[in-house]
Design a protein around this ligand. Sequence first.
Ligand SMILES: NC(=O)c1ccc[n+]([C@@H]2O[C@H](COP(=O)([O-])OP(=O)(O)OC[C@H]3O[C@@H](n4cnc5c(N)ncnc54)[C@H](OP(=O)(O)O)[C@@H]3O)[C@@H](O)[C@H]2O)c1
Length: 305
Amino acid sequence: MRRPARVLLAGVGRVGSAFLELAAARPELEVGAVVRSTGPTVDELLAGGGWDVVADATPSDLTTGGPALVHARAALGAGVHFATAAKGPLVRGHGELRELARRTGAGFRFSAATGAALPTVDTVEFALAGARVLAMEGVLNGTSNYVLDRMGESVELETALAEARERGIADGDGRADVAGADTAAKLVAIANAVWGGDLALEDVAVTGIEGLDPAQVRAAARAGEAVRLIGRAVLEEGRVRAEVRPVRVTRDHPLAGLRGADKAITFETDTMGRLTLSGGRSDPRAAGAALLRDVLLLLRVGPRA
Ligand SMILES: NC(=O)c1ccc[n+]([C@@H]2O[C@H](COP(=O)([O-])OP(=O)(O)OC[C@H]3O[C@@H](n4cnc5c(N)ncnc54)[C@H](OP(=O)(O)O)[C@@H]3O)[C@@H](O)[C@H]2O)c1
């Protein structure tokens, strides 16, 4: 019988704990060690050899790339598959990591960081294989969608944000969610994965929802329409143009029907037309499940399909 794949888990917070619990039920996986912010590092444990995958659930740092970027360099550099829930390495060093993975033959997956339960990059890689993505547009942040829905019901933004924190929907204090930074980071990560470029966070024009006039959100809801925080990226003459901003959408728009913390993404392609996926839970357990999916795909499929 094949031995279980040895997984090194970095970060045992909400997502990491969910991953640990889900992985414990998989006979093909063995979490051989966990790395916390103190104690042995990923680098030190990798040096001992015998690892198949590093799964990372450390905090997202959009400025420096954070511990996940350090872990990604260590794992991929050693030829060990790497999966992460953190957005840092995807907006700081995506191109470098892709190249490193190509050189060492290791795989690099990050679906927990780009929509978690909602498959985004996986959809393009598998379901849309062979088609060319011309544009993508999505509601990629559950917190801001929840807040906008509640604002449509006349609840104030700060109250709705506090509710999102209580329900475990918000990442941290939720400020990066309503400011549009989280949406921008996911958009950059998905665009770079799909188009193989090196779009930077600074290339995205971002307007969040904090400055929105609540009366406009209520008026849209009364008319049966909705305001959504939409991230959109378009490939134009070989260049990616990307923006995040609140948009009032009519009821027949594919992103209008979302409720609460739902997320969704639409891909426009050359041969398969327009495809929209929506739903999936937005919480740490779903993110842990997405990290597990990435680990299983790395073991089954290897580097990118
Ligand atoms: N929560 C969600 O629903 C969700 C959804 C999708 C993606 N994500 C992403 O998933 C990641 C984890 O989120 P979370 O909600 O689980 O955060 P969390 O509860 O704050 O957990 C993060 C854990 O990482 C540990 N850590 C910090 N620095 C470390 C280092 N250098 N090496 C190893 N461990 C370190 C922290 O431990 P210490 O306490 O010892 O510092 C903490 O236990 C984040 O990048 C987040 O953006 C979260």
